[in-house]
Ligand binder design. Sequence first.
Ligand code: C2E
Ligand code: MG
Ligand code: MG
Ligand code: MG
Length: 298
Amino acid sequence: RAKQAGRNRCHFFRRDMNEQAVRRLEMEAALREALDRQEAGCPGEDAPFELHYQPQVRLKPNCLYRVEALIRWTHPRWGAVSPAEFIPLAEECGLIDRLDSWVLQTSVAQLGRWRAAGIPVPGLAVNVSAVRFARGDLPDQVRAALATNGIPANDLTLEITERLMMTEEVGVHDALDALHALGVTLSIDDFGTGYSSLGYLKRYPVGELKIDRSFVKELDIDAANRPLVRAIIQIGEALGLTVVAEGVEREAQHRMLEAEGCAIGQGYLFARPMPAATLVDWLAGEGKHWNECPDEDC
Ligand code: C2E
Ligand code: MG
Ligand code: MG
Ligand code: MG
């Protein structure tokens, strides 16, 4: 009996694994097809991918700092698929280059259109997968996207993860240097969750740290988070880096971050990620008070 139960369990386990593997394969095929469609141009209303933009705001004085582009994928049957699920898959199955290229080109073009229409969006942040850096053409692609749309390199930030900073590949180092030489800001996303070595902060031309949401999440609930957040802000100050806190949801977190001297905040408290057209409405309405910035270098 026990043996049978064991075999059943084993069988069940295998079937479960199979389902996962099948879902993965299906998702890979769907992702590939969606990219083909998107790249073929003008997929119109039912475009598989869309970019949402989430404001990052300067806390003192209050003003819009920039917006972060975040990809959204809607599958005809599955509905919205989380980037936390399909980005890692795209990295594993070799589709991330195409995906991130589309995001870069589309978001920089969007910034160009906003500006041409007189809509004051001060800057753009784009997530770039570490895998994307392994291919050497990123700096050229960034340069071309900026030039085509008349965007100064200063207005573009690339958000990368600590994982990238730990690679010893010469190509990656060269790409980071080339992007820095262009004038693009390099930001370390999810700072504090990757590796404990901080040596890369002096080796590479990093300009910004984003405090991971996990530290901000319980800032006003669990006292242990405050010294961590304070330490990250101090690292930033000591090295002359801008510090951004992500995942700010409550006023209490906002006040603490401000008290600790954090320059920039991002989170549902200020605004959720939204489609380009909604951002324009937000800037004119609910987010109006973030527009008026007395300091000209905001
Ligand atoms: P991330 O770059 O750290 O982006 C922040 C994530 O936190 C976003 O999730 C955003 O919607 C969410 N968020 C913002 N404010 C709050 C808040 O107050 N509370 C909570 N609970 N969440 C908040 P999203 O859009 O699901 O993206 C997840 C991750 O997927 C991103 O994390 C990024 O690593 C990756 N990703 C998204 N778009 C792209 C892309 O175009 N290219 C690449 N390579 N990765 C992307
Ligand atoms: Mg990011
Ligand atoms: Mg982040
Ligand atoms: Mg994060």
